[in-house]
Design a protein around this ligand. Structure first.
Ligand SMILES: NC(=O)c1ccc[n+]([C@@H]2O[C@H](COP(=O)([O-])OP(=O)(O)OC[C@H]3O[C@@H](n4cnc5c(N)ncnc54)[C@H](OP(=O)(O)O)[C@@H]3O)[C@@H](O)[C@H]2O)c1
Length: 272
């Protein structure tokens, strides 16, 4: 089974399709193709402005709502209690679903107390509009704070994570408080393809560099959401489930010294 058991008792499939920068037909085609070829996890966000296109892709695939895992995220600028409820309801309407599996706080907001935002997230969970709640782009310190403040478990922290950004301390501190890591930009948007250690490991295993990164992340019990639009990339990434790297290869990737962070926006309120 390629899924992770969450603290809530629900499970999350370990590979999902990321949809940032996918819109219109490209988005619905990618979502449709992914679901038909065997993906069972789609990641979107209000900020991606593609909920309606994701909905179209789901409809075209003919898949039943309970056959796949759906995540969306409420943006930083809608963090008050009322704003969160409004944004979540609009999201469900646009996605044409009765519930999502996971609703995330996309970015921590310093101007609204976490307790207020989390109260709204808990209310949405109590009403069955989301099965689980979680966070994204939270550092270790505020993850621990948010965990304490939330009635329901915060099951996931979605953060940038790939071989050029092995966030070991954050990973360990999240695991300690029962928060699973979802790795966004798991291919560093292509940057990992230039790394010689990864090139060698891919050649040795007759695999792509994308697969090496996904497999390395999965070996750590991390959830991985590569974005892909071409059929080749979609297939290639899903097939990473079958790649098992040796302990030696995994350790070489752990010890890559080159670091690279793709997402470091001026909009962020807290340091990573
Ligand atoms: N929570 C957050 O703040 C946050 C921030 C960033 C991203 N995310 C989520 O994480 C997802 C993934 O991250 P990302 O979109 O930043 O980047 P990514 O998944 O690291 O990289 C996507 C890029 O890699 C290419 N690609 C995919 N599979 C490939 C393969 N097998 N071989 C070669 N190239 C391949 C894609 O090309 P094609 O499209 O041409 O196939 C695309 O250009 C996002 O879509 C989003 O859902 C969340």
């Amino acid at each position: 089974m390629h899924s992770i058991l969450l603290k809530s008792g629900n499970s999350i499939p370990q590979i999902g399709l990321g949809t940032w920068q996918l819109s219109g037909e490209d988005c619905s085609n990618a979502v449709n193709s992914a679901l038909v070829m065997g993906y069972d996890h789609i990641d979107t966000a209000v900020a991606y402005a593609n909920h309606k296109d994701v909905a179209r892709g789901i409809k075209d695939s003919g898949k039943k709502r309970n056959s796949f895992f759906l995540t969306t995220k409420i943006p930083l600028e809608t963090s008050t209690y009322d704003e969160v409820l409004k944004s979540a309801k609009k999201s469900l309407d646009e996605l044409r679903v009765d519930y999502v599996d996971l609703l995330l706080i996309h970015w921590p907001n310093k101007s609204v107390p976490f307790s207020e935002t989390l109260e709204a997230f808990n209310e949405l969970r109590n009403r069955g509009l989301t099965k689980d709640i979680g966070i994204s782009n939270f550092n270790a310190e505020i993850t621990a704070e948010a965990v304490e403040l939330s009635q329901a478990p915060l099951v996931v922290n979605q953060v940038e994570f790939h071989p050029l950004l092995f966030q070991k301390d954050l990973y360990e501190s999240c695991k300690k408080v029962g928060v699973e890591i979802t790795a966004y930009s798991p291919l560093a948007r292509g940057k990992i393809f230039e790394n010689d250690i990864l090139k060698d490991i891919a050649a040795k295993n007759n695999a792509s560099i994308a697969q090496v990164s996904i497999s390395w992340l999965m070996s750590k019990g991390i959830i991985v959401i590569p974005k892909a639009s071409s059929l080749d990339h979609l297939k290639n990434n899903l097939a990473a489930r079958n790649l098992e790297l040796s302990t030696e290869d995994l350790q070489s990737i752990d010890s890559i010294e080159e670091t690279y962070r793709m997402v470091d926006g001026s909009w962020k309120h807290y340091e990573f």
